[in-house]
Design a protein. Structure first.
Length: 255
């Protein structure tokens, strides 16, 4: 059983059909994380949803296209999102610990060492759940590409994770590029035929897609971390994975 997991939560998973933050879903995830921690699995969450939460708070129906408006949504939405996580984790006597990162931070050896040391300390204390997001207020390029998938892979390598779990609204990599067909349970090499199965970007409220998830799996593999892509809407998905059930698509790309 893996002892340290990075769990990435997509915007589509954390928002309802009307675009508002899915508070019930966040509660379900928090409940599962608390149970994982009781099984001595340390958990780091990489969360999307700040822009969506900001859109809700600001009364916007469509995702803005201008970088400044996206940054405004993120700055309004981030504390709203953390408040929701905090409320649910407190039910389990746990505390969320926010960390905002950019790729600029990860490019700096000093910043990387500091982030790694902070995360290690929080995880070993067993009461804290690090919750990481892109620092969208300054990283305008990352806002445009919705790159928390790849960020989660860098975080997985940073903390020496045993497993990266990317949860969204999809079951995993399917045999057809439009997301239909049958589930591919295991991938050991990402080649052109696998990349051809990656669908396009998502909806008005989330911009991720299978393309960035495949890239995340490749980045994680460089850090010797396996990746599972699965549906976060499946009840007790994290607990089933912890029990060894084969769910979603597992990428074991290490040679």
């Amino acid at each position: 059983m893996a002892k340290r997991w990075v769990i990435k939560l997509g915007s589509g998973l954390l928002t309802r059909k009307d675009g508002k933050v899915d508070r019930v879903q966040i509660g379900r995830i928090a409940d599962q994380v608390a149970k994982l921690m009781k099984k001595d699995i340390q958990v780091v969450i990489v969360t999307s949803g700040a822009v969506a939460a900001g859109m809700t708070a600001m009364g916007l129906e469509k995702r803005p296209k201008e970088a400044r408006e996206l940054q405004a949504c993120a700055t309004v939405g981030q504390p709203e999102l953390m408040s929701e996580y905090g409320k649910h984790f407190r039910r389990h006597k746990l505390l969320g610990a926010q960390m905002l990162l950019t790729y600029w931070d990860l490019d700096s050896r000093a910043c990387t060492r500091n982030a790694q040391a902070t995360l290690d300390l929080l995880l070993t204390r067993k009461r804290f759940v690090p919750i990481i997001n892109e620092d969208d207020a300054i990283a305008d390029e990352e806002i445009k590409v919705g790159d928390n998938d790849r960020l989660s892979a860098h975080v997985a390598a940073l903390v020496g994770a045993d497993l990266l779990v990317i949860l969204s609204g999809i079951d995993g990599l399917m045999t057809k590029a439009d997301g239909t067909g049958t589930l591919i349970p295991s991938v050991r090499k990402i080649d052109d035929s696998v990349r051809a199965l990656a669908g396009g970007a998502g909806s008005e409220r989330n911009v991720g897609g299978m393309v960035t998830k495949l890239q995340a799996a490749e980045i994680a593999a460089e850090g010797k971390v396996d990746t599972v892509i699965a549906s976060g809407r499946r009840p007790d998905i994290l607990l089933e994975l912890a029990a060894g059930k084969k769910i979603g698509t597992r990428f074991s790309l290490r040679k």
